[in-house]
Design a protein. Sequence first.
Length: 496
Amino acid sequence: MFNSSELAKQFDRGEEVAISFQYVNKEIEIDVNSLLSKVLSRLDKGYLYDTLVSVFRELIQNGIKANMKRVWFEAGNLDINDMGDYRKGMEKFREVAYHPEVMRDQLRDSRYRVTLKMRNREGGLDVSVVNNARVLPGELERIRYRMRKALEWNNFVEAYENMYDATEGAGLGIILSVMLLKNAGLDAEVFNVIPDEGSMTISLRIPPELKSIEITSSIKSQILEDVNSLPTFPENVLELRQLCDNPETTIDTISEKISLDPALAADVLKLSNSAGFISGKRITKISQAVMIIGLKNLNSMLTAAALRKIMDKRYRKFEQIWEHCNRTAYYARQIAMEVGYGKVVDIAYIAGLLHDIGKIVLLSTDARLLNQISDIVNDRKIRTSSIIEEISIGISHSAIGALIADKWNFPEELVEAVRYHHAPLAPNIRHREVVMVVYLANQLCILESKEMDPLFIESEVLDKLSITSRTAFEKFVTRLQNRYDMHEQFLLKYMP
Ligand SMILES: [Fe+2]
Ligand SMILES: [Fe+2]
């Protein structure tokens, strides 16, 4: 379709970059996203990618839908400016609007197109989406009404519940876009709607500096209180973890310490006799058990067990989330080794185990709301639930997880890995290595379970991790998956 690298060069020269299309399919979407990612990395604003992918998608689709409407009226010999004809045409069009693919050929043969334009102006980004069809007064009024409304609501769920049944469903897209941009730190009135004789433009300016805006909801404060009242992390486990990390620690010291806690001692024995560690005989002594498990495994196992005990006591058991966390942890450790980040191997593992605990809190607090959020995410093909959680609740599962990790006095890099596991390109990350590793591990797990497009993995992250050959990396991932499925689930299965 178009060459995004060429266009990016044009962008670098300060020229306006423009791409036009008559309909959207997956290839076009990928092209647009890849151009966006190049443009944002040049402006040092990679962290806006998820937000802008969704905003662009909504704006472009609104434009295509408006064009489809015109093609539909013309094909039916109906006058779109005539009240009676309009009502008649819209009755059937509403059904068609949900299936743009049926009108693809007609759109391609029509004179209507949507043009996306971008330009670097003084370090900020000027964006506009132009439709070469005259907007109807009613349509314009609706767009403006929704933009106004979007500024009134406190969060997206309020908007969603109030607007869902509204006619001409496109309205939600505009509200979603305004809220996403607000959440990303853009001024309230971000869009400019410019109607013209033969076209309509929606423009948007992203300034070089963004200031964040707080989104509130009643459940946010409930969650914060709840997290605040979580028990502290068991002191003896923290001490044992430090002992495991210390190269001078002997098996005997550790074993003695474990023996002081009967419940812990039983867990360690149980684990050493599990299928993951085949020793050929029944282990009954703690020191033998520690030797078989190994200090590194013991460290992760102790953390995992303590973690689950606290969470399971407080919240419902969400096996699926734990299974996912366990897999992410394993992948994170292997990826860290593969890319040569030896120093973060262990922390990446623990971060993987912890990364989604915020989801457990959210699900336990308001499962209905969380389901609604996941509907929105699937419906509108949003790449990460975090940004929708932010605009709906005011806090994401990643931020909640980070609060918990912080409360439990886990090291800073671990807290960061949890906080940014969906936003590895966010500014001001201090421990980007472990963040990227956990991001990639999580992304691979999501890919596996939903068979998402591999292009959804941030190419900038792959570059930074020096993963240059996709084929070699894919082979490595297959190896990972097989090994995990064969051996590595034991930690979860045999955990107390
Ligand atoms: Fe997550
Ligand atoms: Fe996850």
